[in-house]
Design a protein around this ligand. Structure first.
Ligand code: ZN
Ligand code: ZN
Length: 271
């Protein structure tokens, strides 16, 4: 009597069916000590069975080679991958299929993430360039930092999935990932350190000037800073009567027992 072959059933969403995959070999799962349970959840290493079951690689069908005779990048040329890896690959593959069918959705999410990263970088840079202490103590800046970081991680998770499930050649994948990373760096640097470094000081100076000129029935419309020498910032204030005044903004930390506990901002017209 032929020995019955052990199989694992894996659902393939895109085909709306479950397929039995023959098990090539299996070994004791050390991650859950064979119990199938880790941290009161199904063990992710062995998919809850207590043993790591190796299946024919779903990418190369166990042949170890892919198109053009290249070594399979999913099983790294071994011909078999674990049940968990098979499921991961299928999930990533499905993500790629969906992306191919409807790229607009993913691209929109990417653009929204880039915009969020840009706005957050602008806010955070404004605080950080004035004084790191204000950055740490402002819930507004901290929230911006967390949102920006979340958008960044979300994008990276997307890129990882696209990379893992794509049938594109390695070079093309590398170029795509490189282009996305370049966009992310641009979204951080251009609105942030380049355009946003004076944004906090400009806002504070505008408030100061407004307080001073409001007695005369005027308002400060805009402060734009062009450069700084340490804590002295040089800029121009535009007043509602149309005047443009050259100003120096002096940022001063207030110390107590050697620690900066507060700050003051003084705006002076340039003689
Ligand atoms: Zn396990
Ligand atoms: Zn393979």
């Amino acid at each position: 009597m032929a020995e019955q072959e052990e199989t694992v059933q894996i659902r393939i969403e895109s085909l709306d069916t479950a397929i039995d995959f023959p098990v090539r070999s299996s070994k004791f799962c050390k991650a859950c000590k064979g119990s199938g349970i880790k941290e009161s959840k199904s063990c992710p290493t062995c998919c809850g069975s207590g043993s790591i079951k190796m299946l024919d690689c779903i990418r190369c069908n166990g042949t170890t080679k892919i198109e053009k005779g290249l070594r399979c990048n999913v099983c790294k040329g071994t011909g078999s991958i674990s049940e968990a890896k098979t499921k991961d690959f299928l999930e990533a593959r499905q993500f790629c299929e969906k992306f191919k069918k409807n790229p607009a959705k993913t691209i929109l999410i990417f653009l929204a993430c880039l915009a969020a990263i840009g706005i957050c970088s602008y806010i955070v840079s404004g605080y950080a360039f004035a004084d790191n202490r204000i950055l740490r103590h402002s819930w507004y800046a901290c929230t911006a930092f967390v949102i920006g970081a979340a958008a960044f991680l979300y994008m990276m998770a997307y890129i990882h999935k696209i990379n893992a499930g794509s049938y594109q050649p390695a070079f093309k994948k590398f170029m795509t990932a490189g282009a996305v990373i370049a966009l992310v760096i641009a979204a951080i640097v251009i609105p942030g350190p380049i355009a946003g470094r004076y944004s906090w000081i400009e806002r504070e100076a505008k408030n100061n000037i407004n307080d001073a000129v409001s007695r005369k029935g005027l308002a400060c419309q805009k402060v734009s800073i062009s450069s700084n020498d340490g804590d002295v910032y040089h800029g121009i204030a535009t007043i509602s009567d149309g005047k443009e005044i050259k100003i120096n903004i002096i940022f001063k930390k207030v110390y107590k027992a050697g620690y900066a506990i507060n700050y003051s901002i003084k705006v002076e017209p340039v003689e």
